[in-house]
Ligand binder design. Structure first.
Ligand code: PLP
Length: 392
């Protein structure tokens, strides 16, 4: 088969999205407008939450959620080393210390018993990630956090549309954060949203997102409507420009309206990979519990424990030489140089490290063809055969 490159991911953009963005351009209102409000309402509703706060990225959303909870220097936040780096970076950005705990080898999320054991008087929050979109243990973290009266932040950046025991992702703990980079289930180009039932937290995040301005609609006591209108140059705290433009928000509204269609397409792609790869002795497929309604983010397989990281890397090189886009989701966060500087070292979290050294993310997007998936599976098998013949 002669191939053109099969990308690792690709957004699903139709004329509806193009028209929605063009409408904003023609309207002349390019920031802080109706599209943002609509997008926030759609995201909050999907997560079963009262409030949504749109922002410039998942990272800025997580950063603001931590700041709104008062997380700062001297505090500890418990989190996972097996995630995209942003989920731990936001803890550093808030000036606090990430306290990593190892993962459960089946679900790849933090082992709940280890979370509970890591709690100290300095623990200010638990930041739990749905790694690779799997919501496993979210309800357990929620119970642990509430038992210890510590807020849980849900990094659901990879889990938009997923449910656990009928509850939507984004509904666990004090607040959840979704992200909309082009490789996520839906995209705004760049963007994020905080979802919560806590109005105070939502208002604080709205202020942080826009240069620390007083939240519109809640003028300080004693000031009238005129004061609320004049708040553009009033700043009550250190804030950021973490806003989402109307162009991005309108794109997000159009994508949210297609979310169920998009989830169904992605499920069909995942099902086909399972059919193609099931029963292969050297390939471990994602484990999804029956109580999970999965909205697939990526399709990540693991090589069997006999494989070394170098062998995995050679398999990936081989796939790429055959124009199959793939990636190593994720390198362990605690082994990055700026986390080692905090005292972490390879060997600290053996399960996360063992999993991380054997993962391969396969091409995964709505419009991938059956032929492309078959070619991917065949090429993977070929590369594994080569490792077996060459090395063992
Ligand atoms: C994508 C992602 C984020 C945030 O990503 P942005 O690129 O900042 O939107 C955070 N955490 C996880 C686990 C993610 O996958």
């Amino acid at each position: 088969m002669s191939t053109s490159e099969i990308p690792l991911s690709k957004p699903d953009i139709t004329d509806l999205e193009v028209q929605a963005v063009a409408t904003v351009l023609r309207s002349g209102r390019l920031s802080i407008g109706p599209a943002q409000e609509q997008f926030e309402a759609l995201c909050a509703a999907r997560a079963g939450r009262l409030h949504g706060v749109a922002c410039s990225s998942g990272t800025s959303g997580l950063h603001m959620a931590l700041l709104a909870l008062g997380v700062g220097p001297g505090d500890e936040v418990i989190t996972t080393p097996f995630s995209f780096v942003a989920s731990a970076n936001v803890i550093l950005m808030a000036g606090a210390r990430p306290v990593f705990v190892d993962i459960c080898p089946r679900t790849l999320n933090m082992d709940p018993a280890l979370v509970e054991r890591a709690i100290t008087p300095r623990t200010k929050a638990v930041l739990a990630v749905e790694a690779l979109g799997n919501p496993a243990h979210m309800d357990a973290y929620e119970q642990i956090a509430s038992r210890h009266e510590i807020p849980l932040i849900e990094d659901c950046c990879e889990a938009l549309g997923t449910t656990l025991k009928g509850r939507p992702c984004g509904s666990f703990g004090r607040a959840g954060v979704f992200a909309f980079y082009p490789n996520k289930q839906i995209t705004t180009g760049e963007g994020g949203v905080i979802v919560t039932d806590d109005k105070r937290l939502a208002d604080t995040c709205r202020s942080l997102r826009s240069q620390g301005r007083p939240t519109p609609g809640t003028p300080p006591p004693g000031s009238g409507a005129a004061a609320a209108l004049g708040t553009w140059l009033s700043h009550e705290r250190l804030g950021y420009n973490y806003r989402l433009s109307e162009l991005h928000a309108a794109l997000g509204v159009a994508q949210m309206r297609r979310l169920d269609e998009i989830i169904a397409k992605r499920r069909a792609v995942a099902d086909r990979y399972v059919q193609l790869l099931a029963g292969h002795a050297d390939v471990v497929l994602p484990t999804i519990d029956p109580e999970v309604g999965m909205s697939w983010f990526v399709f990540v397989v693991r090589l069997a424990t006999a494989y070394t990281q170098q062998e995995r890397d050679r398999v990936i090189d081989g796939l790429r030489r055959h124009d199959v886009g793939c990636a190593t989701y994720f390198p362990c966060i605690h082994t990055l140089p700026f986390y080692r500087a905090l005292g972490y070292a390879p060997g600290d979290f053996p399960i996360a490290e063992s999993v991380s050294s054997r993962t391969i993310a396969l091409p995964f997007f709505n419009t991938i063809t059956q032929r492309e998936q078959e070619f991917t599976a065949q090429t993977l098998e070929l590369m594994l055969q080569r490792e077996n013949l060459g090395q063992r």
